[in-house]
Design a protein around this ligand. Structure first.
Ligand code: GN1
Ligand code: MG
Length: 365
């Protein structure tokens, strides 16, 4: 039997595996869609966790157990049209399987009757993506952060990414091409500003809350037929953080019509109209828990998370591509250029974007 099918069998509760194929385009873990012989819930998602990145994968499973249960209950009690993926167990009752090569595998239910997209299709889609993030943050907002383990230390702490960028840079040097030089200059003039969210946290202006960590467009499941967002998947980075990491990440992903994998980095731009729609959907849920200070940092979060991802891609390029999966040797460099071009466009639209946000602040706040 094929290797993946024999792994999948552990999670299939006695059912025959019909097929396993690669699924999605994650940059870190390996993901497969499994079809089992069954009338109900015939499909599930099998993943090999990248343990170079997630050093303690059991903590991911522990978190998932805690927050999916909490969110499922709250969603049910409040009557949301929402689905939480379920963790599947092996025949011996574990929520993971370690194969003979030491790989860490886990399986989760597949959100049926829905699909995701790499870029925003239209303004309705944009609103739904924002709504999904607002719903997710709402459903998890009353879970005390002490209940969630830190599954990825330093995630979205921009000053830490800058430090490791500088270390790698001074250790490895670099191939001085025009593109690399452009990136280095781009980072260097923004490095002092890049502390903005962590400063706000240290000053007590922004509190730690449970966050998703990776709410990009293709993690939002859109229901076939209705077009409603019914789930936000990819739950490995759910942990304590700033909700601004999520807002910024969702906006940098959604408002880039060419997508983060475009080869035409010079044409990349930020579309404020999509941003307005995402924020409208988001605030329909989130305005109930946002503070005045939260609104103040929305613009910075959009600019920062875009810049940060550029720094992360650039650092990985200089480090020899050890973190993100790549398709060719310059892939991470071009991904960095996409994010920097997007950052530049966000900066050019600062007044528009700040006005959009200002007009959305509820009067009473
Ligand atoms: C990674 O693996 P994936 O594609 O879900 C990364 C995110 C980035 C994203 C960019 C744990 O997510 O932070 O925003 O690539 N995840 C981790 O596409 O680093
Ligand atoms: Mg992810």
């Amino acid at each position: 039997m094929h290797h993946y099918a024999s792994i999948a069998e552990h999670f299939a509760s006695q059912r025959q595996i019909i097929e396993v194929h690669e699924f999605g385009n994650g940059n870190i873990n390996d993901t497969y869609l499994v079809t089992a012989d069954s009338n109900e819930e015939s499909r599930f998602v099998l993943q090999r966790i990248n343990t170079q990145v997630f050093k303690q994968p059991k903590l991911i499973m522990q978190n998932m157990r805690i927050f999916t249960e909490h969110m499922r209950k709250r969603s049910h009690d409040e009557g949301h049209h929402w689905e939480m993926p379920r963790v599947l167990h092996t025949s011996d009752g574990q929520d993971f399987h370690i194969d003979s090569d030491g790989n860490f595998w886990r399986a989760i239910s597949y959100v049926a009757g829905a699909r995701s997209f790499d870029t925003i299709k239209d303004l309705d889609h944009a609103r739904e993506v924002g709504h999904a993030l607002g719903t997710f943050q709402h459903l998890i907002s009353d879970l005390p952060i002490e209940k969630l383990a830190d599954t990825l230390e330093g995630f979205h702490i921009t000053p830490r990414y800058l430090r490791s960028f500088e270390q790698i840079f001074s250790r490895n040097g670099f191939k001085s091409t025009a593109e690399v030089k452009l990136c280095l200059d781009f980072v260097s003039v923004r490095r002092d500003w890049a502390h903005v969210l962590e400063n706000a946290r240290e000053q007590g202006r922004l509190p730690l809350r449970p966050v998703h960590g990776d709410p990009k467009v293709n993690n939002v499941m859109i229901e076939d037929g209705t077009g409603c967002a019914i789930s936000l998947v990819d739950l490995d980075t759910v942990k304590p953080g700033l909700i601004h990491y999520d807002i910024g990440d969702c906006m940098r992903s959604g408002c880039n019509p060419l997508g983060e994998e475009t080869e035409n980095w010079e044409a990349v731009y930020f579309e404020p109209e999509i941003g307005q729609a995402i924020l409208t959907g988001y605030l329909a849920q989130a305005r109930h828990f946002l503070t005045e200070a939260d609104y103040e940092y929305i613009f910075d979060s959009i600019r920062l998370l875009t810049f940060e991802l550029g720094v992360r891609f650039l650092t990985d390029y200089l480090a020899g591509n050890v973190y993100f999966k790549i398709k060719h040797s310059e892939h991470n460099l071009f991904r960095a250029l996409v994010q920097f071009k997007l950052t530049e466009s966000i900066e050019a639209h600062e007044t528009d974007i700040r006005n959009i946000i200002k007009n959305m602040v509820p009067r009473a706040v």
